[in-house]
Design a protein around this ligand. Structure first.
Ligand SMILES: NC(=O)c1ccc[n+]([C@@H]2O[C@H](COP(=O)([O-])OP(=O)(O)OC[C@H]3O[C@@H](n4cnc5c(N)ncnc54)[C@H](O)[C@@H]3O)[C@@H](O)[C@H]2O)c1
Length: 316
């Protein structure tokens, strides 16, 4: 198939593109390189188009040649979304409208990447697909990304309902793995980098907040299971299994990597500014995904080692 991956120069998109070419698909990547890199993947079956998903003309032209679309382009990372609220919300809204319209005209299908962030402050454990979205005030920059991803999902559901559009959503939970630079600001790659350099591991808040990490290889498996077997119009949690407190994660990284780094605490307000609010728990209910035959492979300790090996080799 000829497959478009928007945001394919980024962390998850490049892993997806590599997997698709291994399965003999032709991949086109549409990316503005705002955080992704052109040299992230070099393969004769992969071509790059530099462009913005907010540019309807570009999206329309490229999708016209495609058999399927994976839509991953988004502004990602707490610091970037706090600093660039306009780009965050317009990439997810205008960009997703452009992709859905072009896909509808072409008559092909589409998988859209959403995020566990769309559940917002809901601390129900485990979070199931039907659970409530509990977002903070629109005036707080902390929630821009959550609103952006929730908007993508509402657009997908509306397109499915109003136009019978073949679209599915994957709600990704804290994906980690090789190629994920510290620049994206995700906590586990940052801890691993700090531990390898012998610097303090800086825990934001009191560290009691939890997350459930998933290796990017498992994330790709989950996305492909949804692509092949998932229901059109549905959303699927794609995440890991081991819920861990962030302070415990820091100590685990230090122990795993036999590092001499201390673990230090920093109030959220000092780390991210006054606009920040934290989500205290996050663990997915994976029953819907498991019903498609999906089984995660990587443990948290393996993820830590894979990140460390990648950073020692210089990453991507
Ligand atoms: N990494 C995670 O833990 C995680 C968790 C939940 C959801 N997601 C979702 O997965 C997707 C990929 O995230 P990632 O972690 O690979 O981040 P990433 O920043 O590495 O990838 C995003 C890519 O989109 C590109 N992009 C940004 N704005 C664009 C625009 N306007 N036009 C074209 N390209 C643009 C960037 O250059 C980058 O290559 C995103 O939709 C994100 O919301 C990621």
């Amino acid at each position: 198939m000829r497959i478009l991956v928007t945001g394919g120069a980024g962390f998850i998109g490049s892993h997806l593109a590599r997997r698709l070419v291994r399965e003999d698909h032709e991949v086109t990547i549409l990316d503005d390189f705002s955080s992704g890199r052109r040299d992230v993947i070099v393969h004769p079956s992969v071509s790059f188009v530099e462009g913005d998903v907010r540019d309807a003309e570009v999206v329309e032209r490229i999708v016209g040649d495609m058999d399927f679309v994976f839509h991953l382009a988004a502004v990602v990372g707490v610091r970037r979304t706090l600093r660039q609220p306009w780009d965050t919300i317009t990439t997810s809204t205008v960009g997703t409208v452009n992709v859905l319209r072009a896909v509808l005209r072409k008559g092909c299908g589409c998988v859209v990447a959403s995020s566990s962030s769309m559940y917002g402050k809901n601390v129900h454990v485990p979070l199931a697909e039907e659970d409530d979205v509990v977002l903070g005030n629109t005036h707080l920059g902390a929630w821009t990304y959550s609103y952006a991803k929730a908007a993508e999902e509402v657009l997908c559901r509306a397109a499915w309902q109003d136009f019978d559009q073949p679209v599915k959503v994957v709600r990704l939970f804290n994906v980690v793995g090789p190629g994920q630079g510290e620049h994206l600001g995700m906590v586990l790659p940052r801890f691993v980098g700090q531990a390898l350099r012998g610097e303090p591991l800086v825990v934001y808040g009191d560290g009691g907040q939890t997350r459930t990490f998933m290796d990017v290889e498992d994330a790709i498996e989950g996305i492909l299971h949804v692509w092949r077997q998932g229901d059109w119009g549905a959303a699927y949690n794609v995440g890991g299994t081991e819920e861990v407190r962030i302070v415990d994660l820091a100590h685990r990284v230090v122990a795993q990597l036999a590092s001499s780094s201390p673990v230090e605490m920093l109030p959220f307000q000092l780390a991210y500014g006054r606009d920040y609010e934290e989500t205290m728990r996050r663990k997915p209910d994976l029953r819907r995904l498991r019903a498609l035959g999906y089984r995660p492979r990587y443990t948290l300790d393996q993820m830590i080692r894979r990140l460390a090996d990648d950073q020692k080799e210089g990453g991507l």
